[in-house]
Design a protein around this ligand. Structure first.
Ligand SMILES: C[S@@+](CC[C@H](N)C(=O)[O-])C[C@H]1O[C@@H](n2cnc3c(N)ncnc32)[C@H](O)[C@@H]1O
Length: 370
């Protein structure tokens, strides 16, 4: 539901990686921490779903090159899942300059390949399924909110799907209509015992989370999902944005970016029991647990320029202020169950040297233990 020119100050909205590089740097640290927590496997695939302009991946890779002494032993590759041809060329430009090449035919699973200045291989896919198997850390920042949703409404005769129709009385205008009888979606996607009267279900997001969970359970790794959303409580969140303003989703179809809050309770349900789920925790909590305050102090200490200092403080405020992005955005993670094994009490005294599984999962307070 995203258009190509929608990101950044001149687009329809601006995302956290575009606001401050600190955001992506802390996510880079999270990836390395999870890789260490898994026992530092020899291969590390960083897989990003919906990379936008590629800013998050750029910031993550900068951390990797700064922490070469830590990750140098691993063979790292970057895998980007992106449906937009225009955004994939922007990502290629930002990550590899001219060091990339499109596939010869359209039906190849890897439709573009490139290499960063540091020699790290980058591949582009249209579907997660096409990314090779192997230990992977998956990132999805403002990805799930961009996927299409189904809308359902409770009626006296049961759940009905809310469909979109052309408004016969106005041009360039759509309208919502309630299906007169059950549809396949209304019969299968609404959870038994649902108490809300309106529900949005992102079935495509559910399938992607199932794929992530299966891959993590089989090949190891973790997924970090960051988005605005709720834990199964909200009802009507489908909305449009155009030029940083709310826009009626039904008017001038195709001209605005459409979005719906992510239902993390649904993602958790779809992940199933094969993996452990952490969160959602607020962006403020996650970033503070990841050390954003100390990072800011270092940056401010080394910055003499008043306008850069102002800009740093402004972006910190935007990312962490509860009234801005701090409490609107949430972090959610899928991990192997073994990753959360805590030391047994009887082993407690022998833990001077922690085994990987005993490293806490960074960013998620519930599991931080010293
Ligand atoms: C809202 S943008 C977020 C961009 C970036 N992650 C950020 O935070 O700046 C959504 C991204 O997901 C991509 N996208 C949307 N639907 C997709 C799908 N079904 N498969 C792969 N990518 C998709 C869009 O093209 C875009 O790159």
């Amino acid at each position: 539901m995203c258009r190509n020119n929608m990101l950044g100050p001149d687009g329809d909205f601006i995302t956290s990686p575009e606001i401050s590089q600190i955001f992506g740097e802390l996510i880079g640290v999270w990836i390395i921490s999870e890789w260490m927590g898994a026992g530092q496997p020899k291969q590390l695939q960083v897989v990003e779903l919906g990379p936008g302009k590629g800013s998050l991946a750029c910031d993550v890779l900068r951390v990797f090159s700064q922490l070469q002494s830590v990750v140098g032993g691993a063979s790292v590759s970057l895998h980007l899942v992106e449906v937009s041809p225009a955004l994939s060329s922007l990502q290629a430009q930002n990550l590899t300059g001219n060091q990339n090449r499109e596939a010869d035919t359209e039906d190849e699973p890897v439709y573009r390949r490139g290499e960063t200045a540091a020699g790290l291989p980058v591949s582009w896919y249209r579907r997660l399924d096409d990314v090779p198997a192997g230990f992977s850390i998956f990132l999805a920042h403002e990805f799930f909110d961009a996927l299409p949703i189904h809308k359902f409404q409770r009626t006296q005769t049961g759940w009905r799907e809310v469909m979109v129709d052309i408004d016969p009385e106005k041009t360039e205008q759509l309208r919502f209509v309630v299906a007169p009888s059950p549809t396949l979606s209304s019969s299968t996607l609404v959870q038994a015992g649902e108490r809300r009267s309106h529900v949005e279900v992102c079935a495509e997001g559910g399938v992607i989370v199932q794929q992530l969970a299966r891959r993590i359970a089989e090949d190891g790794g973790a997924a970090l999902i960051a988005d605005y959303g709720h834990d199964g409580t909200k009802t009507d969140t489908f909305r449009g944005f155009k030029g940083h303003q709310l826009h009626d989703v039904l008017s001038s179809p195709g001209s605005a970016d459409l979005t719906a809050d992510v239902d993390f309770s649904y993602l958790r349900r779809m992940a199933g029991g094969g993996v452990a789920c952490l969160g959602p925790v607020t962006q403020r909590t996650f970033l503070k647990n990841m050390g954003i305050d100390s990072r800011m102090q270092v940056l401010l200490r080394n910055c003499g320029d008043a306008s850069t200092r102002k800009q740093l403080i402004g972006s910190y405020d935007m990312l962490t202020n509860p009234a801005k992005m701090g409490e609107r955005f949430h972090f959610f993670s899928l991990l192997q169950h073994s990753r959360l094994d805590r030391p047994k009490k009887s082993e407690g005294l022998k833990l001077e040297k922690k085994s990987p599984a005993q490293l806490p999962v960074a960013g998620f307070t519930e599991l931080s233990f010293s």
